[in-house]
Design a protein around this ligand. Structure first.
Ligand code: SF4
Ligand code: SF4
Length: 688
């Protein structure tokens, strides 16, 4: 050991590391500011659970590699103390950290744990190498960098063992179960017949190799995907918290110089840049991504790689912007940056996303992909006027008629003309405002669902009213397609109306309405308790208010439930539709991809209104899964979303399965029992 050599190593490697880190961090100061420090306790809890606890790596689908990753992560944490000790030994041979004296109880416990971790990390690194070199799973990026890092880890463990083993031989320390792995190394060294001098050389070489690898490893990290070892935990800490994580950001269109989404790398926020640094390229985001799975040119892993490369290439430009003294100087430098669309992220990529949320749910470091893609769309729509023709039609329809089909707004209540439904404008008290939604009011198939739901509300004596012709589209699809202007206009109109009637509780039959009314209208001063109809039906069954229908559904067998992304994934509502169906007597056959791991129907993110020209069709992929689940006899695909309803029905027709598969809403299945239900006295107080 040599204090001079240790100090020189630390100074050179530390200096290099500080230089690289400064070059990685400096550009972030030129990027958009975002406050990610609110609710610190919640952030710390998430950090412990998802960062240190590695929760998302242990999902059932990739539990094996997840466990290996957890072992390596735990080893890094435990061996951090060992690393400090080893560097300390460079200055004083017997160095140990306070409280970790080898003869103390704590020191020997730590020593034993360290042995287990070294062995665990060595085995995990070798298993990962086997996976990358032999089994080669499709979702991984099989880069040289990954293999090199694993080789570094394996070499670190081996050199640690050899150093310890050589020390045991030199001191004559007997092998011991308290130091099992070093004992094995010591036994091997003794068995090798090497002289004491040679064993000492082995120990010395192992020691310096170990330190050199650590410092090389450290300096290598910021240059590739393994930067996540440094940025991953901060990225989890600064993650988006609900409801913001379920809502798109509100653009300040009234600002002096408003931002219209993302044009260049400078429009990204510092958090988005941190996301790019943190992408591990694990590919979990694409396992159930409907666009990737069906052959569209969108892989978040690849988008992240491209953006990260661009960010690093433009680091000096961004640093110059951050250092510019005046706003005009900053803007002049920023104008030289190339647009991201086309050169870095091809438009087919960001128009393909259905915003289903799988990628964000799966990502172990909480990378926020959807807002980044929507911001690219916003720039195309609000500034470049470059967007699909079908989107233009949708925007026009909403703007002129207040619904995506462009049907006369005066036809909004045709579906319920004979039902004599109470209107909020009548001034009578009601518990729920039934927000029917555009599909529920204008789509012929969904109108039947609206009517089924009304019959159930009346059966249960639920007090409700509708807005009638005063209801208008909230333009969720337009927002996700990038038309923030239109969305803000429609959202503000909806809030104004709902607040004018003092609405507290809203019942919806569409998960997109649910998400927007619950999570996005608060941006406009609308704060409501929003309930999906399957939640209300489950509650009504459990309160005994639908007792007549218990077990009464004619569709009692061969039913599978398709989880809408905006219900299960974005809003965590998985149990309620199943509870409602079970109460109605339905025995569900579950699809392999279900709940939060469900597979999108292809309609979200405004994709319902766009042609699907690339790859295979998402809806057909889902219908094939439903058909496989229900078997040759077929059955019913239950849904809880008008857009899933349309997409899956189309999928059934497109694949010629009309004879065997039917698509029905949960409300229709439950209401099917009304026909066979024994007559009972009408519950008073219903919205009739
Ligand atoms: S975005 Fe997340 S899930 Fe996808 S490759 Fe990167 S780290 Fe993995
Ligand atoms: S939100 Fe869904 S469709 Fe969009 S990239 Fe993520 S997984 Fe794919």
């Amino acid at each position: 050991m040599s204090p001079f050599a240790t100090l020189a190593l630390l100074a050179v490697a530390g200096g290099l590391f500080a230089y690289t880190m400064a070059r990685r961090v400096a550009p972030l100061f030129a990027l958009r500011r975002e406050d990610r420090t609110t609710r610190p306790l919640e952030r710390v809890r998430g950090l412990l659970r998802f960062g240190f606890g590695q929760r998302r790596l242990l999902d059932p689908e990739s539990r094996g590699p997840g466990i290996l990753h957890v072992v390596i992560f735990a080893a890094f944490l435990v061996l951090a103390l060992r690393t400090i000790t080893l560097f300390g030994m460079g200055f004083a041979r017997g160095f140990h950290l306070p409280l970790l004296e080898p003869t103390s109880a704590l020191g020997s416990t730590y020593g034993f744990l360290k042995h287990l971790m070294v062995l665990g990390a060595l085995c995990a690194a070798l298993a990962f190498l086997w996976r990358r070199l032999v089994t080669r799973p499709e979702r991984l990026t099989l880069s040289f960098e990954g293999n090199l890092i694993l080789a570094f880890i394996a070499a670190l463990m081996v050199t640690d063992l050899l150093f310890d083993g050589a020390g045991m031989v030199a001191s004559g320390e007997p092998t011991s179960l308290r130091a099992p792995v070093s004992s094995l190394a010591a036994w091997l060294l003794r068995a090798s017949g090497l002289s004491a001098g040679s064993v000492a050389v082995v120990g010395e070489v192992s020691y310096w190799t170990h330190l050199a690898i650590i410092l090389t490893f450290l300096n290598f990290l910021p240059y590739g995907k393994h930067f996540h070892i440094i940025t991953g935990l901060p990225d989890v800490f600064f993650r988006a918290l609900p409801p913001g994580s379920k809502a798109l950001s509100k653009l300040d269109l009234e600002a002096e110089s408003p931002r219209f989404g993302t044009r260049t790398v400078r429009d990204l926020s510092w958090k988005e840049a941190l996301d790019l640094y943190s992408c591990t390229e694990c590919g979990r985001c694409q396992t159930h991504c409907p666009t990737y799975v069906t052959g569209k040119p969108l892989s978040h892993k690849e988008v992240n790689r491209a953006l990260r490369r661009h960010l690093v290439e433009r680091a000096s430009d961004l640093t110059a912007i951050a250092r510019a003294k005046t706003e005009p100087a900053r803007e002049a430098a920023a104008a030289l940056l190339p647009p991201l669309a086309e050169a870095v992220v091809p438009p087919d990529t960001f128009w393909a996303c259905t915003t289903c949320g799988w990628c964000e749910t799966a990502c172990p470091v909480f990378i926020e992909n959807i807002p980044r893609l929507v911001d690219l769309r916003r720039q195309q729509v609000l500034v470049e006027s470059s967007f699909p023709d079908e989107a233009a039609r949708l925007f026009r329809n909403i703007e002129t008629q207040g619904n995506p089909w462009g049907l006369g707004s005066n036809r909004r209540t045709e579906w319920c003309e004979d039902l004599d439904l109470p209107r909020a404008s009548e001034g009578q008290p009601f518990e729920y405002l039934f927000f029917v939604g555009c599909a529920g009011a204008f789509d012929d198939r969904q109108k039947k669902v609206s009517r089924a739901l009304v019959s159930l509300l009346r059966e249960a004596g639920v007090s409700f009213a509708i807005l009638g012709e005063e209801e208008t589209c909230h333009a969720e699809a337009a927002r996700r397609l990038g038309n923030e202007y239109l969305f803000q206009m429609q959202a503000a109109a909806s809030v104004e109306k709902l607040n004018a009637y003092g609405v507290k509780k809203i019942l919806v039959q569409c998960p997109h309405c649910l998400n927007t009314l619950k999570n996005e209208l608060p941006q406009f001063g609308g704060h409501y308790e929003v309930v999906h109809h399957t939640e209300l039906l489950a509650a009504l069954f459990s309160d005994g208010r639908l007792a007549r229908l218990r077990g009464g559904a004619p569709e009692s067998a061969s039913v599978t439930f398709h989880d809408p992304c905006y219900l299960a994934r974005h809003n965590g509502i998985e149990a309620a539709p199943r509870q409602a169906l079970a109460a109605a007597g339905v025995r569900l056959a579950e699809m392999p991809r279900r709940g939060r791991e469900g597979f999108c129907c292809g309609a979200g993110g405004g994709r319902m209104w766009l042609e699907e020209k690339l790859g295979t069709r998402v809806n057909q992929n889902r219908v094939a899964e439903a058909a496989l689940t229900l078997g040759e006899q077929g059955g019913v695909v239950a849904v809880g979303c008008p857009f899933c309803h349309t997409m899956l029905r189309d999928g059934v027709n497109e694949t010629g399965r009309e004879e065997t598969l039917r698509v029905m809403d949960v409300a229709e299945i439950v209401a099917g029992g009304l026909a066979g239900a024994p007559p009972t006295a009408r519950t008073p107080g219903g919205g009739s």
